[in-house]
Design a protein around this ligand. Structure first.
Ligand code: NAD
Length: 276
């Protein structure tokens, strides 16, 4: 974390006001990047958090960093594309903390290649992580939320849920798909007090993006610095990356929102790269 981010994160911690007091949140892909920051932010706001991730040991490490006693944070190994693992991981979370108020369906990967060369297996892998993962975690979450008659589901979309970029066919397809899923959940869930929304971040410097910079430089035949400047941040209003803290603040806002007034929506957090 750079010093500017650290300072703003400290300032936010000082202002934290328990906006998720005693809520229970499951966050997928929370052992790294955006999901991890959401888990830290939710915990700071009083939530009990479940860090669900393919990387079980990193999930457990993140959970113990939040609460070494395990009373307020639990790490669960979960491949979101695996029905049995999702069912059992979510059941463990609900058993541990007794309820489920927020699901953040965040686990994701990026694979870049021109469409004409895209391997079918890689296409399927990406769609499965983003879309099957969102469906499977949503279905299990809804069963519990319907029993409680309340809940908030947040999908991690992207500006690529609204815009396209070359080399990212399955990612753009999957992220557009999440907006459709959120709208259906909003309509079906309303009668049960369940809301669903999508966050659409611009580029955030997480491992997912760090990996893409050299890959895109190779594919496009330009330098890594030019990938950042002329591809990733070109359309922003100020040439800045979005931060994990920016996205976590948006997630907190959606998770803590008190009514069904805000449902079926997508919120773009991108330094103006995409304007609605
Ligand atoms: P990241 O690589 O830092 O973290 C992704 C996490 O997901 C990792 O911990 C990984 O282990 C986990 N994961 C991957 N496959 C999984 C699976 N099958 N089951 C469970 N967990 C799995 O990436 P990030 O940048 O924090 O991305 C998080 C989400 O944000 C993704 O959905 C991504 O598409 C979205 N997003 C990222 C950016 C960005 O610029 N970083 C921008 C917009 C949207």
């Amino acid at each position: 974390m750079n010093s500017q981010n650290e300072t703003s994160s400290n300032k936010r911690a000082e202002c934290a006001g328990g906006r998720l007091l005693d809520k229970v949140a499951v966050i997928t892909g929370a052992a790294s990047g955006i999901g991890k920051e959401i888990a830290l932010t939710f915990a700071r706001e009083g939530a009990r958090v479940v860090i669900a991730d393919l990387d079980q040991s990193a999930a457990q490490q993140t959970a113990s960093a939040i609460d070494p006693t395990g009373k307020r944070a639990l790490g669960v190994g979960m491949d979101v594309t695996n029905e049995e693992q999702v069912e059992s991981g979510m059941a463990r979370a609900i058993e541990a903390f007794g309820r489920l108020d927020v699901l953040v369906s965040n686990a994701g990967v990026q694979i870049v290649a021109p469409l004409v060369e895209f391997e079918f297996e890689k296409w399927r892998k990406l769609l499965s992580i983003h879309l099957d993962g969102a469906f499977l975690t949503t279905r299990t979450a809804l069963r519990q939320m319907y029993r409680q008659k309340s809940g908030s589901i947040i999908y991690m979309g992207s500006v690529h849920a609204k815009e396209a970029s070359p080399l990212k066919a399955p990612y753009v397809t999957a992220k557009h798909g999440l907006i459709g899923l959120a709208k259906v959940v909003a309509k079906e869930g309303a009668a049960h007090g369940v809301r669903a929304n999508v966050i659409c971040p611009g580029f955030v410097r997480t491992p997912l993006v760090e990996k893409q910079i050299p890959e895109q430089a190779r594919e496009l035949g330009i330098s890594e610095a030019d990938v950042v400047k002329t591809v990733m941040l070109k359309e922003t209003v100020d040439g800045e990356f979005t931060t994990v803290q920016d996205v976590a603040e948006a997630a907190l806002f959606l998770a803590a929102f008190p009514s069904n007034a805000l449902t079926g929506q997508s919120m773009v957090v991108s330094h103006g790269w995409f304007m609605q």
